[in-house]
Ligand binder design. Structure first.
Ligand SMILES: *Cc1c(COP(=O)(O)O)cnc(C)c1O
Length: 230
């Protein structure tokens, strides 16, 4: 099936999920995760109207930015080594994967030198999986208190990667926990605008939308199975 057909189906499923939960479908954005797909595939998606893409790997993302039109909104969703902060600072519409205060401090340093402000999300490891990075829910408040001192970072909300489960219902609790954490943090930090909840992927985006996702990160349901990492 073509990307544009996949996209149409995805949008109608997302709309239905929002309506089931009594939410405004316009409050949910679908981020097309294009990692490991070649530039030509992303260009075809662009030609069929997609404008927001998520990437995991810095070099690959920067190469695609250079090769593709400027009106694309690029999001960084992959784990970042702190030594990549210089290359990514100020280059992405949103960095979803800020998972340490050290990384935030490095971003702050490079953004300061360029006098830029960078929207970010704070990654939370809700299910406490060893294979995933992110703050544990109890750590989040202290981390955000520290990061909120970095005036070049604009903390917009939270992101999580759910565990891989056969049934999307088995991931629901993770999305519920992230939403509850967001509510607590909004009370604790009324001056921050922690509006965004980036959660849900191909296997579970409908459940995530029912539980309040404002951004779902969807790769395979847009582009098909991924080629191996290049
Ligand atoms: C690859 C990836 C996705 C997309 O996964 P799909 O299962 O293809 O939808 C979403 N979020 C992150 C952080 C990813 O690395």
């Amino acid at each position: 099936m073509s990307v544009s057909e996949n996209w149409r189906q995805l949008q109608s499923k997302a709309r239905a999920a929002a309506e089931r939960a009594g939410r405004d479908p316009a409050a949910v954005r679908i981020l097309a995760v294009s990692k490991t797909f070649p530039v030509d595939v992303v260009r075809d998606a662009y030609d069929s109207g997609l404008r927001t893409f998520g990437e995991n790997y810095v070099q690959e993302a920067l190469a695609k930015m250079d090769a593709l039109p400027d009106d694309i909104e690029w999001h960084m969703i992959g784990h970042l080594q702190s030594n990549k902060a210089r290359q990514v600072a100020g280059r992405f519409a949103l960095i979803h994967s800020v998972d340490s205060v050290h990384l935030a401090a490095e971003l702050q340093k490079h953004l300061g030198q360029r006098n830029q402000r960078q929207p970010i999300l704070v990654q939370i490891n809700v299910a406490d999986e060893d294979t995933k990075s992110g703050f544990s829910p109890p750590e989040a408040a202290n981390a955000i208190a520290e990061m909120s001192q970095f005036e070049h970072l604009d903390i917009r909300g939270l992101m999580t990667i759910g565990p891989v489960e056969e049934k999307p219902e088995d991931v629901r609790w993770v999305f519920v926990e992230l939403r509850c954490l967001q509510e607590q943090l909004r009370k604790r930090f009324p001056d921050l605008r922690l509006r965004e909840l980036s959660m849900g992927m191909t296997g579970d985006f409908e459940v995530a939308i029912e539980e309040g996702a404002t951004i779902v990160r969807v790769g395979r349901a847009v582009f098909g199975e991924r080629p191996a990492k290049v």
